[in-house]
Design a protein around this ligand. Structure first.
Ligand code: ZN
Ligand code: MN
Length: 133
């Protein structure tokens, strides 16, 4: 995400703070994470402003919405194609950085022209694994 690009919204300090927070943030924050952080600096900012800003960033293609966690949406400023690992215990989401592809075997395309894939991996993170033993 380029924080200096025109995001199609008036550049208020609150919105810039949201962009600043998301920039190079690979932790896949939720709306609540973002709101909690920005509120420290801007106590009067509403949750609606956060939603609106995220929605606009998403529409403009600067932000990806992740639905890997069934309970809460997470946001990812890295809009390049990459896959995720989610911990089924603490819901932590991390990137799979290596590039690889999974292909549908020829003959199983059902005449579709396949244009994209979204692969999610579920597991138990090292912290939760330690806690369990
Ligand atoms: Zn975990
Ligand atoms: Mn990611």
């Amino acid at each position: 995400m380029n924080k200096y690009k025109d995001i199609g919204l008036k550049r208020t300090p609150q919105r810039l703070a949201i962009i600043e927070y998301l920039y190079d943030n690979f932790d896949h924050p939720t709306v609540d994470d973002i709101y909690a952080d920005i509120r420290v600096k801007f106590p009067t900012m509403s949750l609606a402003t956060v939603y609106k800003t995220l929605e606009t960033l998403k529409e403009k293609g600067y932000l990806k919405e992740l639905t890997i966690d069934k309970e809460r949406k997470h946001f990812d400023p890295d809009t390049t194609r990459h896959y995720h690992l989610i911990c089924i215990k603490c819901k932590k989401i991390v990137d799979v950085n290596k590039e690889f592809s999974i292909k549908i075997p020829i003959g199983d395309h059902n005449n579709f022209e396949v244009i994209d894939t979204n692969i999610e991996f579920y597991g138990i993170c090292p912290v939760c694994k330690k806690r369990r033993t």
